[in-house]
Design a protein. Structure first.
Length: 198
């Protein structure tokens, strides 16, 4: 199993990047967001996901772990395949996907090519169910109550991080130093994600 691929960007096409690793060119299906970080001839590291079926073997590449987590959560939704997940992640960032799930914003998902209303509703429903199961644990509640002020924003940010696949212990750890009162919901999520990467 490949975890990541590092090498020079040998070619860029719509939704495809070829990474040269020691003379072997790996073709990776990528989102528009990942493509925006790539330049020909530049050395990069992309996190990978393998899709192996009877008739095909495909690699999917992601500029950061948050996008890979979102991709893996999307393909766990019934009826959403790898291509549809890449389409969604080409239209929204991990942060905006999480906020769309929390707010039930179908339009953010249907803006992606090939994603209709029914699939968008299924994504929102199944990812919300995942949040409900995660937040059933006491650790998420403890994270909210341990930070003064901005409890509603903080609660939404914690739910968003759960949508992105982070565990309640990871969320609690990064949330304790974030000033929720003076930050917007998107800023809280962004700060937490930066800490997760470190």
């Amino acid at each position: 199993m490949f975890y990541h691929i590092s090498g020079k960007v040998a070619a860029i096409e719509p939704n495809l990047a070829v990474i040269d690793c020691g003379g072997v060119g790996f073709a990776l299906n990528v989102s528009v967001n990942t493509l925006s970080h790539l330049q020909l001839g530049e050395t990069v590291k992309l996190y990978t996901h393998e899709s192996i079926r009877e008739d095909s073997f495909e690699l999917f590449g992601f500029f950061d772990r948050q996008e890979k987590r979102c991709f893996e959560m999307l393909i766990d939704v019934s009826g959403v395949g790898p291509k549809a997940a890449i389409s969604v992640l080409s239209s929204v960032t991990p942060e905006t996907l999480a906020m769309a799930v929390i707010s039930g914003d179908e339009k953010a998902l249907t803006a992606a090519p090939g994603i209709g209303k029914k699939i968008a509703q299924r994504i929102l429903l199944e990812l919300k169910d995942k949040i409900a199961k995660e937040s059933g644990g006491s650790t998420l509640g403890t994270a909210v109550s341990s930070v003064p002020g901005g409890k509603s924003k903080l609660s939404d940010a914690i739910s968003a991080l759960a949508v992105l696949g982070y565990s309640s212990s990871e969320i609690s750890f990064v949330m304790k130093d974030i000033d929720a009162e003076s930050s917007s919901l998107e800023d809280i999520i962004r700060q937490a994600l930066k800490k997760m990467i470190k």
